[in-house]
Design a protein around this ligand. Structure first.
Ligand code: ATP
Ligand code: MG
Length: 393
């Protein structure tokens, strides 16, 4: 039996003239995501994208799982394919859907006939197939208003596709159609969620992580890699830059007023990230900040942090409660990893009484007198690069 995945585009449909290039990006993303599952081909017709397996061993279950995480897809269905012949449809559909039909009480049939040469009109197909299903599954009744399952028959150019209730897609727009941005990623709960949210709006990600060995461990960095591997199931592969931050943090500790440690550290993170972002063709930075969550995320502190770079900073979590963020981290399966107990550089040298209302003028004075210029250059020359992809390696 031949089966395919039928994919319906999401907001792509709204993009008018850009539609074609959006579709091309989506197809490329699907192809990348299904890598390693066996041979398949991807085609598009009539606002539907088809994934057709070409080898026996193609893992369709895993393919559906992966498709459910690709942005730009509103819904998708696993569909059985048969000839464009009414007798064949009446024979095949009840067999193909048997398992699902056993488990429900009501159904209706919907037919779409995009091949107008097919000699039966949609209502006739519905009537015939409805009758056949009732005959084979006498426990079922037809409910046209609120059925447990909608049996869909799509008579298209290259065959007839049979499926029931479509699965909900990941929504959003295809990654790569919304520009490039760099996510500042810690090992915490928030930043992976922020990364996911911007990828959902079509942004292709580059990741930046600040590490301060020996205050932060190798395992802390591995935890970030593990988190990004989860994120890249949605965002696609990305490059991660690890910034050696020890010397800068030690200098902050030695030369700056304690209550400004965190804010100065955050400003330097922004300055370094902006440089990495520009080198990687990114037009924005992303952080996991949420207003009022901690001292460095008050309106005043964020204002001071923001001033450090000239780049747009996206903070997709800014208006969210911690619980709302946690709910998403469960959904994208990052929560359990995020709560593993490894130090982040943000938690070393934390002041006892951080300023919640830092004044930019004094922050900049402290920063200038500690003279970080050469240290920033040195850090940028010693970046560690890690490629992040879905593969288990
Ligand atoms: P998270 O849960 O993402 O760690 P948080 O609530 O702990 O966030 P902070 O530690 O103040 O908040 O960090 C705020 C943001 O700064 C993070 O969401 C992240 O974008 C960035 N950030 C913090 N630590 C690092 C780091 N070591 N490397 C890169 N970015 C970082
Ligand atoms: Mg953190």
């Amino acid at each position: 039996m031949k089966e395919v995945i039928l994919i319906k585009d999401g907001e792509i449909a709204l993009k008018g003239l850009n539609r074609r290039s959006f579709e091309d990006v989506l197809k490329k993303n699907i192809k990348l995501s299904l890598y390693g599952l066996g041979k398949f081909k991807i085609t598009s017709a009539q606002s539907t994208t088809y994934v057709t397996p070409l080898s026996e061993d193609f893992d369709l279950d895993e393919a559906c799982e992966r498709v459910s995480r690709i942005f730009g897809i509103v819904s998708f269905s696993r569909a059985g394919v048969c000839e464009k012949d009414l007798d064949e449809i009446l024979d095949f559909a009840p067999r193909y859907l048997a398992e699902q039909l056993e488990d429900i009480k009501t159904f209706k049939v919907e037919a779409k006939r995009s091949d107008k040469k097919f000699p039966y009109k949609s209502p006739e197909i519905c009537r015939e197939l409805g009758g056949k299903i009732l005959e084979k599954f006498p426990h079922l009744t037809v409910d046209v208003h609120n059925p447990d399952a909608v049996v869909t028959v799509e008579v298209r150019d290259f065959g007839t596709y049979i499926h029931t209730n479509p699965c909900r897609g990941a929504g959003g727009i295809p990654v790569g159609t919304g520009g490039n941005a760099a996510i500042l990623i810690s090992g915490g709960i928030d930043s992976p969620v922020a990364a996911y949210m911007m990828a959902k709006r079509g942004v292709k990600l580059t990741a930046i992580h600040f590490a301060s060995p020996p205050y932060t461990s190798e395992r802390a960095e591995q935890k970030v890699v593990k988190l990004l591997k989860k994120v890249c199931r949605y965002s696609g592969p990305m490059t991660m830059y690890t910034v050696p931050f020890t010397k800068i943090q030690e200098t902050i500790k030695d030369k700056c007023p304690e209550e400004l440690f965190t804010i100065i550290m955050r400003r330097l993170m922004m300055k370094i990230s902006e440089r990495i972002a520009r080198d990687n063709d990114c037009s924005a930075l992303i952080t996991g900040e949420s207003l009022g969550q901690v001292a460095s995320q008050t309106i005043h502190a964020i204002g001071c942090t923001d001033e450090a770079s000239d780049m747009v900073v996206f903070r997709p979590l800014i208006g969210m409660d911690k619980q709302e963020i946690i709910d998403i981290s469960y959904k994208i399966d990052t929560f359990e990893t995020s709560i593993e107990p490894y130090e982040d550089c943000c938690t070393v040298f934390t002041p006892k009484h951080p300023r919640t209302r830092p004044i930019l003028k004094y922050v900049k004075q402290a920063e200038d007198s500690a003279n970080f210029g050469d240290m920033i250059e040195e850090a940028l020359q010693n970046l560690k690069i890690t490629n992040i992809n879905q593969r288990e390696d």
